[in-house]
Ligand binder design. Sequence first.
Ligand SMILES: Nc1ncnc2c1ncn2[C@@H]1O[C@H](COP(=O)(O)OP(=O)(O)OP(=O)(O)O)[C@@H](O)[C@H]1O
Length: 275
Amino acid sequence: MSTLSIEGLRVSFGRRAPVVEGIDLRLNPGERLGLVGESGSGKTVTSLAVMGLLPETARVTGSILLGEDELVGRSDASMSRLRGDRLSMIFQEPMTALDPTMTAGRQVAEAFRLHRDPNAGRARTAVLDMLAEVGFTDPERVADSYPHQLSGGQRQRVVTAMALINRPSLVLCDEPTTALDVTVQARVLALLDRMLAATNASCLFISHDLAVVSQVCSRVAVMLRGRIVEEGPVDQVFSQPQHPYTAGLVGAGRLDVLEPGTPLPTVDDLAKGRP
Ligand SMILES: Nc1ncnc2c1ncn2[C@@H]1O[C@H](COP(=O)(O)OP(=O)(O)OP(=O)(O)O)[C@@H](O)[C@H]1O
């Protein structure tokens, strides 16, 4: 059975035209799908729809199955029981995911105590184990640190520990390393790769960086103006793109030209010959 199966997803705000329309996506256990596309193409809205985190003004129709469970139309209470447990999310900027007033350890513990075991002692043990798993040699110190006492890369590792402590079947990553410098980015990506493989979690990976997508994902879907215009194995899509927009993105040397974090060029940019 698929971990995630999205069919005919449509999201609109107010009376405006839908910002996401006709999205069909499927993720098998352990599979990683990259979601790329120009700014505003609907990548984040798609992932927020899966998390049930769109604002109330959003109208969502279609189907999003997590395993056998339909997520569209669920109550907030029911979605919050799933979030941090069977599905979790790693965002671009760890400072927004972390509460500055709470130690890192307490924040990692919260998801565990809420969904697994309320006992503080057992949660502490699980947190220290998890912090060690994400590569900290001094988990006690990290657990007792506040976010501002950690570096950007360390914060992103704490966020990864938070997202994975309950072994979710699905992890949504939205530009998880864009805010980090290139060497730290490589380390965090290697960690994510290792952790996803160890837990056999499926991953929807949103990125502006095609090189990162080809490193982390086996398949890629390209979004343009709220729709998926092309999807397939990374090697195939990047070597033999079928859609003109994808072809523009991966055209001569483009993968090398783009710096990490650079927004993908728009269709208009490509038409005007800008990278
Ligand atoms: N709360 C909202 N109310 C109204 N429109 C919204 C809201 N959130 C997103 N949108 C619109 O939905 C469209 C898709 O936005 P989305 O953030 O998903 O794009 P994206 O592909 O993730 O872009 P980026 O790569 O810049 O993050 C945009 O036109 C955006 O303005």
